[in-house]
Design a protein around this ligand. Structure first.
Ligand SMILES: Nc1ncnc2c1ncn2[C@@H]1O[C@H](COP(=O)(O)OP(=O)(O)OP(=O)(O)O)[C@@H](O)[C@H]1O
Ligand SMILES: [Mg+2]
Length: 322
């Protein structure tokens, strides 16, 4: 349903630019959750902001690529064109709901606002009210809570309200950028199960951005692993955990703490993540890779196509016998 292809985001001028996101491609099917993972600064948020059309003027810009939602390129369309074409359908929720909610409006008014704006632009008749959306996101006692202000709610409830506002825009795709990082683990688990339920009942597709591999294991169907602005591996979630092909993904997995061996020292990946523009030739992970040879530092680097829609940006994917 959402197909991002060859997306590059750059800083600088068209004649002298540095890519902070480079040739990123991925797909999300109807009702599917894709986890976009990778360490801080690898380009996850930039990718999602570009797909939302939210890159500010004068900052990073889309140099190449498309993001097609049911065949319509949402990146290069004006916001009104997206909605008029019936493809307004990407909504986004962020890490800290309080900073996205209006502190002087009740949550009911804020959901109404989303319903009204959406109706005015599309002309569609919506029969659902703010209360229906609050019930949809499992807010107990919605009739009373509808008059509450954001500061009167807990962090978990505020995130539910954000999801309700997003749903009021009737999206086909929801982008969630670290939506549970600020929540404790029990509330986090509730929000994750709500998101899964919305996928199953509404056929909503979710791009879930996180660096928490525990969340990935719990929630997502497929994973795209990013490193230094590139997607280095995409696969079904089980394969990422059991048969990682890219040495970076494998190294990430080996960093996971193992509760059965509490005294074991935590493993880290040696070296530091490459900065944008630092490595322009060959594999950006080569300086930190235990398996890198001279040829890995050469251009261009092809994707290795492995089984089951599994691909890795590596000349020597692990587990593949040559
Ligand atoms: N306005 C900007 N101008 C220049 N560079 C930027 C700008 N915003 C972000 N960057 C750079 O783009 C790269 C990708 O940033 P991005 O915010 O997408 O990372 P991220 O993967 O979302 O990280 P995190 O996990 O910390 O949220 C980083 O190297 C960052 O320094
Ligand atoms: Mg981010």
């Amino acid at each position: 349903m959402l197909r991002v292809s060859d997306l590059s985001i750059s800083i600088g001028s068209p004649d002298n630019y540095i890519d902070i996101v480079s040739s990123v491609s991925f797909e999300i099917g109807r009702g599917e959750i894709l986890g976009l993972v990778g360490e801080s600064g690898c380009g996850k948020s930039m990718t999602s902001l570009a797909v939302m059309g939210l890159l500010a003027k004068g900052g990073p810009w889309v140099r190449t690529g498309r993001a097609e939602l049911s065949g319509f390129d949402v990146i290069h369309a004006e916001p009104y064109e997206r909605v008029e074409a019936g493809h307004g359908g990407i909504a986004m929720i962020f890490q800290e709901p309080m900073s996205s909610l209006n502190p002087v409006m009740t949550i009911g008014e804020q959901i109404e606002e989303a319903i009204n704006v959406h109706q005015r632009v599309t002309g569609s008749r919506q029969n659902l009210t703010a209360r229906d959306y609050l019930e949809m996101v499992r807010i107990a006692d919605a009739a009373m809570q509808i008059n509450a202000y954001p500061h009167q709610l807990s962090g978990g409830m505020r995130q539910r309200v954000m999801i309700a506002i997003a749903l009021a825009c009737q999206p086909q795709v929801l982008i969630a950028d670290e939506p549970t990082t600020a929540l404790d683990v029990t509330v986090q688990a509730q929000i994750l199960s709500l998101l899964r339920e919305l996928c199953d009942t509404l056929g909503l597709s979710i791009l879930f951005i996180t660096h928490d591999l525990g969340v990935v294991a719990q929630l997502v169907d497929r994973v795209a692993v990013m490193y230094a602005g590139r997607v280095v591996e995409t696969a079904a979630v089980d394969r990422v955990f059991d048969a990682a092909a890219h040495p970076y993904t494998a190294a990430l997995m080996s960093c996971l703490p193992d509760p059965a061996h509490r005294v074991r020292r935590l493993v880290t990946i040696p070296g530091q993540a490459a900065k944008p523009g630092q490595i322009t030739k060959g594999c950006a992970f080569a300086p930190r890779c235990a398996y890198a040879v001279d040829i890995c530092r050469e251009d261009p680097l092809p994707y290795a196509m492995l089984a089951d829609n599994h691909r890795a940006l590596c000349l020597f994917p692990r587990g593949v016998v040559r």
